[in-house]
Ligand binder design. Sequence first.
Ligand code: AMP
Length: 187
Amino acid sequence: MRIVFFGPNGSGKGTQATLLKTELGIAHISTGDLLRAAVKAGTPLGLKAKAVMDAGHLVSDDIVLGMLEERIGQSDAKNGFILDGYPRNLAQCAALEDLLARIGQPLDVAIKLDVPDSAILARCEIRFAAEHRADDDPAVVRKRLEVYRAQTAPVADHFGQIGKLKTVDGVGEVQEVFQRILAVLPR
Ligand code: AMP
């Protein structure tokens, strides 16, 4: 099963993607995690990405596509994958569709977690206090919500137009939301 998972940062998509990975035995590919690992390792790419990420903007499409392509080629992604945080704009969406057509692995479904901005801001504030991730700073979260609405929401609309989008209510207990996700997966 090949899944694209949408939802603003703080919508709980990372948690749900991890559960889904275990349930389906497929790879969980988070471009945010790949970028954070590059930042931590201090690679040239990581150094370039850090300031952009800390400000809540999107890292360049070329950098992210290169990382994604390499990750999708790894053996644990052979049975399928959940893309968490990619594609974030229409250009990335087109690049993804090209890549998947090239390797003969089209997407099965796109899932969008629906959570109101107020709930996202509240969740990120809690995580900021606990983990001190610069991109959870409330001003940065607001910026990211803006970027999501302007650039990522049109990608979800695109999947809606081609009949592949399932929207799931992301408000509720983790297990409750997870059951809603399982219920919309194609059989
Ligand atoms: P995330 O953990 O998915 O919210 O990603 C954290 C940050 O990494 C984002 O705010 C962006 O700066 C960057 N990032 C992650 N995925 C992408 C992507 N697909 N395109 C551009 N930037 C990304």
